[in-house]
Write a new protein. Sequence first.
Length: 606
Amino acid sequence: MKIMKSINARIILSLSLVIGLSLISLGVISYQIFSRFTKNDMIKYVTSVTAQTNQSLDLYLSEIKDSLHFLSVDKDLISNLQSSISKNSYAIEHDQIRVRITEILYNIFAEKSDIRGYFIYNNDYKISFINNKALIGYDSPFLNKVWADFKNTQYALQTRFYGSHKPDYYESSYNKTDGNVITIAANIKDAYDPSNSTLYGVAIFDYNISKLKRIYDQIQTQTGIESIIVDDQQQFIYQTDPSLTLSSSSMEKLFEHSSGYWTENIGGGKSLISYSTSDVTGWKTVSLLSFAQLDQNLKLIRNTTLTLLAIMVTLTILFASAMTIRTNKPILVLVKFIKNVGKGNLNLRLERKTKYEEFSVLNRGINDMLDRINELIEESVKRQLLQKEAEYDALQSKMDPHFLYNTLQSISSLSILGRNADIEKVTYALRDMLHYSLYRQNDMVPIQSEVRSVENYLNIQNIRYDGKIRFEFHADDGVLYYSINKFTLQPLIENAIYHGVEGIDGDWLISIRITKQSEEVRIKISDNGIGMTPERLLDLRSQLSNKNLRTGSIGLFSVADRLELKFGPSATLEIDSIQHEGTIIVLTIPQHYTERGDQHDDGTTN
């Protein structure tokens, strides 16, 4: 798994997964959409072919139907048919009538193609008029049915269509091997005299199914669509494939609506069934198309799509790998650089200008960061040196023989006077001061700890100066828990005593006032000592603001420098003084909390 820790490997893998999955998803979605549209197009196409085929058949049958209507209103025909059934006509007249009627039939139907035969017959009088000398079998069940259908018709121009059947009523010309026909029949009545209910005859037009075979077989050859024609009695008129059948449920669906489609398993495979109803005959034209060819085409498209996807994913991985390696080369350089920096080589620097703007910005940022780190290291070293110097100065002041001698002399005098309580007070104050100086080496302490150390120092000094020092202290709520540099206040208090109040008569007043202002802490240290001349004050201020002007090392400068190193420019030390009135020093530092859990009993921190 080590290779997975490499950013190159992760990026290559991530890009490959994202792009690969995107391509695969796109391919799958495209294939599904294409499949759905293809199936919809197939349905539309088959439905359209079904409707067009039905319209073509209707057009042809409508022509025949119109011809029969024309025949039914022919006055000459009706007159001759009336004469043919008249009891007063002679045999010679019958022959003449037959010739005239035959001529009428010939003139109307002679040019019609695919005709098996046409004739007019009267089953009651056993009379027929046919286009040839063939004889008609009046006992034919089919002719008897047709005659019965028209026997009681009230009006002329009635037409009926009859599905596929054998034309066995052509006695002299019928052969059992002859194909089936469909029949169009019309009643012949006097259309000009509605009160005349006499049925003079029925015109029969037999249409060869071979015509249907040519139409539908051609469609089957060109499109692969199988066809079935079903009459209004749910009987098959024609099938392009004699083995095709429809289930009873499918047959019921055909007659629920005038047109529609559905899918069904036929012959072990899924097929689309579309149908349309003839406006002329009421018959159903049914089209069947197997999904096998479509599925085969879709399978080919699917395999092609998968192959292309595999190629695209492979190329994508190769491209992503090449681009990632090339793009991440600066990162590898950066990693090597960081490793060297981690070994302590902080003086190394990256090229600021690279091929990629982002890495140029990053390199400049790292170089600036290293510069800043070096500066911070220098500042930290300097701050630590100043802190150690302050601690040394503080310790030196505590261990100063003169200070210790005076303190011990004070204890001795208190002992002679029997002031045991003051002895205990001085002893504890000296112990706490030494403990604070020797054993608490932290750079930052709560202000409270620093104030306590100052109080201990003043307690000792007040014994020495026979209680002349009056110490006033005020602090806003919560301000004592903010942090400050250790040994910040004591050097300033020492200055207030030795360079301030010690030179005056009367009470010596030293005051510390600590307040919160916005996001800062303000510490004001004042005394009522001898103050400074304006010239001395100006010189001191100049040395505080410009280190190059300093001519000596005094505690005031050390305090200012350590505050600036710790808190930055936001930490300030300001001094003001009036000769013979006193001096005021104001420290301003940012609010910075010391964690309570890290404090010791004396208030210092780990």
